[in-house]
Design a protein around this ligand. Structure first.
Ligand code: NBP
Length: 479
């Protein structure tokens, strides 16, 4: 065969990635279970580059130069297994198969093991940026063998988004499931950021008393500063949009029950297993869940709350500035939790994920792309062992400066009865991390009281138990 790369699965993502590859001068073999999609691609976009349409998996594999490079872009789960089972017997040692779907990293680990037994390099690649990104430059997070990365690198660097400094937004993340894990955390952080932005909007609306068009202006201004990001930009656009049917602000005609495809939930489930507190992501998942419980919300709608009028104009402007600070500090804390999670997984699975590389890859193409991520990259480049971004001098200074306003914003939200689970959870995380002593001491004492679960002391080594039911003397409980 003569095609440099093959794409199987030609729905929106696969089709656009195939076009992206072809536009960069690569000859692309294309295949889809339903042949109509393959025909539509070649008929509609054949003029953009060199495509080799294949009707069967055999034809597809035969069209590829060796060692083969195959990108699988089908629905995650059973469809991916079906496609891999079909391809595996047709492949040879040294071939590289990439799953660019949203697979769970545990599935990727399993698939990598199975294909490795056949000598095939399996790569689990997170791809972010949606349809548009797939066509014009996504962020790509591949996990797999170094050999596979070497074979894929020229292709992926061609089609990936480019950061402001021109660097492609792709890099070898680590072995087996590392890429899909990082993509999962990306999506979790995306949930957290969206929740924080939505809470900021809610406060500007109900506490500052601003209309959506005015809030759009506020976000537009914020987007020129340290909050400069894709999500802030699209938020400003959405808030400025009027519903063509009613003429009302578009955001007011959208039903307020948020849905989720599940990667946020995966992130939280995985974080719980790893014992890592990702409260920002968890609160975002929970907030979406609560929004969908219509009966519960209807039954609670009449419950009493404060009746405070919106702030006066001058106070509102001051408050808006406090929200910017609260949003920025909360974003920093929530992103930091994501990095904590990647560090924990990297240690658990021996992935060797470089935290700065992840930040670099997220600078462009993906949903959370932001100027901020270049600063995260720089912080980890300066010290890859940084235990938290809050230990970076620059970020610590900013949060230190923001924290009085952050508290005021959360306090004002509470006084007005506006729920801010994301902003307040981030603040609680910040306060817990910096506290000299935590109430965990009392929790340990309670556990020892009712369950003889033992405790350690601050002043002596060893494990102890107090005879709560007896004379309350203390005994050593082993080492
Ligand atoms: P879909 O997730 O809608 O999947 C449709 C594709 O899967 C079609 O090509 C379909 O073939 C194929 N397929 C299915 Br379904 N079952 C199959 C089977 N048993 N055997 C062979 N092929 C099968 O497509 P998408 O939205 O383009 O997404 C592709 C992947 O990329 C997914 O894993 C998705 O999670 C991930 N992703 C999507 C986005 C996004 O913005 N949409 C972003 C990032 C990642 P058919 O044409 O014959 O039915």
């Amino acid at each position: 065969g003569t095609a440099q790369v093959g794409v199987t699965g030609l729905a929106v993502m696969g089709r656009n990635l195939a076009r992206n590859l072809a536009r960069h001068g690569h000859t692309v073999a294309v295949h889809n279970r339903t042949a109509a999609r393959t025909r539509a691609l070649v008929e509609g976009f054949g003029h953009e580059g060199a495509f080799v349409p294949a009707r069967t998996a055999e034809e597809f594999v035969a069209a590829l130069e060796r060692p083969r490079r195959v990108l699988v872009m089908v629905r995650a789960g059973a469809p991916t297994d079906a496609v891999l089972d079909g391809l595996a017997p047709l492949l040879d040692e040294g071939d590289v198969v990439v799953d660019g779907g949203n697979a769970h990293f545990a599935d990727t680990r399993r698939r990598e093991r199975r294909l490795r037994e056949r000598g095939v390099h399996f790569v689990g690649a997170g791809v972010s940026g949606g349809e548009e990104g797939a066509l014009n430059g996504p962020s790509i997070m591949p996990g797999g063998s170094p050999e596979a990365w070497a074979a894929l690198r020229p292709l992926l660097e061609d089609i990936a988004a480019k950061a402001a400094d021109g660097a492609p937004c792709t890099a070898h993340i680590g072995p087996d499931g590392a890429g899909h894990f990082v993509k999962m955390v990306h999506n979790g952080i995306e949930y957290a950021d969206m929740q924080l932005i939505s809470e900021a909007h809610d406060l500007l609306r109900h506490v500052a008393g601003y209309e959506p068009a005015r809030i759009a202006e506020v976000f537009r201004t914020w987007g020129t500063g340290r909050l400069d990001s894709y999500l802030i930009r699209i938020t400003a656009e959405i808030l400025a949009h009027a519903d063509p049917v009613t003429g009302r602000p578009f955001v007011d005609v959208v039903a307020d029950a948020a849905e989720q495809k599940g990667t946020g939930r995966w992130t939280v489930q995985t974080a719980l297993d790893l014992g890592v507190p990702v409260s920002g992501i968890a609160e975002a998942v929970l907030a979406r869940s609560l929004s969908g419980h219509t009966r519960l919300r209807e039954a609670s709608a009449g419950l009493p709350g404060p009746h405070r009028p919106p702030l006066a104009e001058e106070d509102a402007a001051y408050f808006a500035d406090q929200i910017e600070q609260a949003l920025y500090a909360s974003k920093l804390v929530s992103y930091d939790q994501g990095w904590h999670m990647m560090r924990a997984a990297s240690e658990e699975y021996g992935w060797g994920i470089d935290p700065g590389t992840v930040a670099a890859v997220w600078r462009g193409g993906c949903i959370i792309r932001a100027a901020f991520l270049d600063r995260v990259r720089a912080a980890f480049a300066a010290d890859p062992a940084l235990p938290t971004l809050l230990a970076d001098e620059g970020f610590a200074g900013e949060v230190g400066e923001a924290q009085p306003a952050w508290r005021s914003a959360v306090a004002e939200a509470v006084r007005h009865g506006v729920p801010v689970p994301g902003l307040s959870a981030a603040l609680a995380s910040y306060d817990a991390l910096r506290a000299g002593r935590l109430p965990a001491a009392l929790v340990q004492a309670q556990r020892d009281y009712f369950g003889a679960h033992t405790y350690r002391r601050t002043d002596r080594a060893g494990v102890y138990h107090t005879l709560w039911g007896g004379d309350r003397s203390e005994v050593r409980a082993g080492s």
